[in-house]
Design a protein around this ligand. Structure first.
Ligand code: ZN
Length: 133
């Protein structure tokens, strides 16, 4: 596993939070992208070497809607960059981690992604992401 690729933050209103984070970082998001299969709209900010993903639910049964309902807005996941997502998924499975998807999914920002069940990672939702080359 490589460096933190991004930190995902669940927000109620992408519009309001885009304005807030634009003020915070002094620069607007470089990308806004919907992921239909996940029921989310996302935006991405670069601040120096650090990438922040904001996520807003686009339907009531979206994982982001459920997260906000339970915990409120806030840090939703930490994503780590990996070179070979399939190899990393196999390795983590053999270490006893529970994967939320058995095959890599297409995520936002040109990535293949897989989430680990937070029950097995001290309550932190971890995302693996591999750049699609
Ligand atoms: Zn993410």
């Amino acid at each position: 596993m490589n460096k933190i690729e991004h930190i995902g933050i669940a927000v109620k209103s992408l519009k309001d939070s885009n304005e807030l984070f634009t003020k915070l970082f002094g620069a607007p998001p470089y990308k806004t992208e919907g992921v239909e299969s996940e029921g989310v709209m996302t935006s991405f900010f670069m601040n120096g070497p650090n990438k922040i993903e904001l996520l807003e639910a686009t339907k009531p049964d979206s994982p982001i809607a459920k997260f906000i309902e339970k915990k409120g807005e806030g840090i939703h996941h930490i994503a780590f960059d990996v070179d070979d997502i399939e190899a990393e998924m196999t390795r983590l499975k053999s270490e006893g981690f529970q994967l939320l998807n058995e095959t890599p999914k297409k995520g936002a920002d040109n990535k293949l992604i897989c989430f680990l069940h937070p029950k097995g990672t001290n309550g932190v939702l971890i995302e693996l992401c591999q750049e699609i080359r």
